[in-house]
Ligand binder design. Sequence first.
Ligand code: FE2
Length: 183
Amino acid sequence: MFPNPKDTILHEFQKLKEEVKKRKIAIELEVAAEYYADESFEKLLYKGNLLSFGKEDYLLFELSYFTKPQDLESMIYEIQKAGYTPVLAHPERYTYFHDSIDNYKRLKEVTDVLFQLNIVSIANYYSKQIAKIAKGLIDAGLIDFMGSDTHKKRHTTYLKQTLSDTYYKKSLRKNVILNNKLL
Ligand SMILES: [Fe+2]
């Protein structure tokens, strides 16, 4: 639904950097993308034309929220074979995993995939059920990266709320979070 070719993203990123410089905002910026794992993604993967991040070439990908892909394990394997370290975006949002936290444990055991939590999930941004799963993942120590999911101003209210939530603090204690390793 949202094609995000590398050239377009890099072009817009350049414009953002220029604007930030012009306004003298002290912030370090990097760019990557979140890929919806469909057929066009597989084509991109084989071409090696993807925007990854960090020294480990982390590749952020997401799935359908409601329909589990039949070949999820092999798709993750293909990402690894292409030389990337797969990071599943917002695992807490996939309804077909919700019946047990063990589904997540199993997926990590079988594939070594990493998980990036949308931290606003903790503060009930999406739903109570998603908040419950997010907390379950934190308790089980299954989170590797934290993402803000800040697309618009409305998200910043939830982000502030999240930062003072006890579960946010717990997430940092009970999980090995890799965000700081990217600096
Ligand atoms: Fe997403």
